[in-house]
Write a protein that binds this ligand. Sequence first.
Ligand code: NAD
Ligand code: UGA
Length: 469
Amino acid sequence: MVKICCIGAGYVGGPTMAVIALKCPSIAVAVVDISVSRIAAWNSDQLPIYEPGLDEVVKRRRGKNLFFSTDVEKHVAEADIVFVSVNTPTKTQGLGAGKAADLTYWESAARMIADVSKSNKIVVEKSTVPVKTAEAIEKILSHNSKGIKFQILSNPEFLAEGTAIQDLFKPDRVLIGGRETPDGQKAIQVLKDVYAHWVPEDRILTTNLWSAELSKLAANAFLAQRISSVNAMSALCEATGADVSQVSHAVGTDTRIGPKFLNASVGFGGSCFQKDILNLIYICDCNGLAEVANYWKQVIKVNDYQKNRFVNRVVSSMFNTVSGKKIAILGFAFKKDTGDTRETPAIDVCKGLLGDKARLSIYDPQVTEDQIQRDLTMKKFDWDHPIHLQPMSPSAVKQVSVVWDAYEAAKDSHGICILTEWDEFRKLDYQRIFECMQKPAFVFDGRNIADVEKLREIGFIVYSIGKPL
Ligand code: NAD
Ligand code: UGA
C-alpha cells in the first residue's frame, strides 16, 4: 500500500488529502499538524473548517485510509510521498518584510523530514512558494539526508474556498513540476498515478519545477488582476452612469475574455491573492524587474482603493459623519460558503468605519464573535503568524457587537453594509428591515446582490458598487 503523509492540516491539506483518500482507497493517507486543537477538530464531528461537502468526504474515509494525527515524525518516516502544505505567510520582519514569503514553517518541515527519514521519499510542495524554493529545499534535504534520496516535486493547489470539494473532484488541471532527470520523471509519474485515479490524463500537466512554482503565483496574479480591472471600471461606471454588471456581461461574452471572475466587489480578500502578488512583486524586484513589479503592485493598490472608496462612500452619504451611528455589517467572511476571514475586505471596511467612530453590529452565518473581535484588533499580516497576536483593545471591543441574526444587526441602525454575498442576504425581508431602521435608511451593497429597484421602492437610499446612483 502506497503511504502518503501531508504536513499541514489546514484549508488545503485537509480537503485535498480527504479527496485523495476517497478517490484512492488503496492509498493510506495521514494528515499531520503541530496544532493539537486542529487535529482534535479533524477527528471530531465539528471539523476545523467550514466547506460544503467536506464533512461527508471525511466521514466516509476517516479511520479507514484517512488519519489525522499530531505524531508528525512517525507518519513522515513511514510515508513514500510527503506533501508539505504548511502556511507560507508574508514576512513581517527583516529582509523583504511586507512582501517576501516567510518560509520558516516550510524550512522547519523540510529539516524534520530530513531528520526522521529512513527511506527514499518524494517530497511534494503543495504550499504556494516563491519560484526556486525547490532548489533551497533540495539543499536542506540532501545535506542532511544520511544517504537517503529525495525527489522534490511542485504540485501547487488551485482550489478555491467554498468550492474546494467540487474543485478537487473536477479540477481544471493538476500541475506537477519536477526535475528533468530520469529520477525526476519517475517521481512525476508516481504522483501522476495518484491523481489518475479520478483526473483525466489530459488534465494532468507536467512541467519543470520552476514553471510549476511560478504558474501558481501567475494564476493568482491573473485572477486578482481581473477583479481589480472590473473594480477599477466600477469607479468609472459610478462617475458616468454606466452599470458595471452590464459592462462585465458585455465584456465577458467575448470568448477570448470569458464571463467568469468579473464581479465587481468591495475588494478581493482571502489568504492568498495579496500574499502571492506581494511575493511575486518581491521576486521581480530581486531580479531587477522594477517595471514588472510596478505592474503587479497596481493590482493591490486598486484593491486598497476600492475598499477605501467604499468606506468613503458610506461616510460621505451619511452626511459626512458616522460618529455614534449604528451600522449593520452583513457578512464578514471573505466570500460566501466559508467561515474564513483571512484578509477579508470586511476587516478594512470595519476598521475604516470604526475610525470614524461608528458603532458596528456584525452578522455572519459562519464567523464567530471571537474571530471577528480578534480580526479587528490584529495588525496587518499578523493573522498568519500566531506568535505575534496582540490582545484586544477594549475601546474597539466596545464599538463592536456581534449578533446571530441579520434583523437583529439591522435594528435601529442608520445603514446596512453588505460585505459578503451569502445567499441568505438575497432573501431577507427588506421591508421588515426598513421598518425597524433609523431614517433615512441606507443600504451599501458591496457585493451587488441586492435588488436596487425594489429597495428604492421600499424607501432605502441605495449605493451598489458600480451602479448608477
Ligand atoms: P493553514 O494556515 O490553514 O494551514 C497550515 C497548517 O500548517 C496549520 O494548521 C499549521 O499549524 C501547520 N503547520 C505549520 N508548520 C508546521 C510544521 N512544521 N509541522 C506541521 N504542521 C505545521 O494554511 P492553508 O490555507 O491550508 O494554506 C497552506 C498553503 O497552501 C499556503 O502556502 C497557501 O498559500 C496555499 N494555498 C492555499 C489555498 C486556500 O484556499 N487556502 C489554496 C491554494 C493554495
Ligand atoms: C483563490 C483562487 O481562486 C484559487 O484558484 C487559489 O487556489 C486560491 O486563491 C489560493 O491560492 O489560495 P479563494 O481565495 O479561495 O481562491 O477564493 P476566490 O473565489 O478566488 O475569491 C477571492 C476573493 O475575490 C474573494 O474575496 C471574492 O469575493 C473576490 N472575488 C472573486 C470578487 O470580488 N469578484 C469576482 O468576480 C471573484
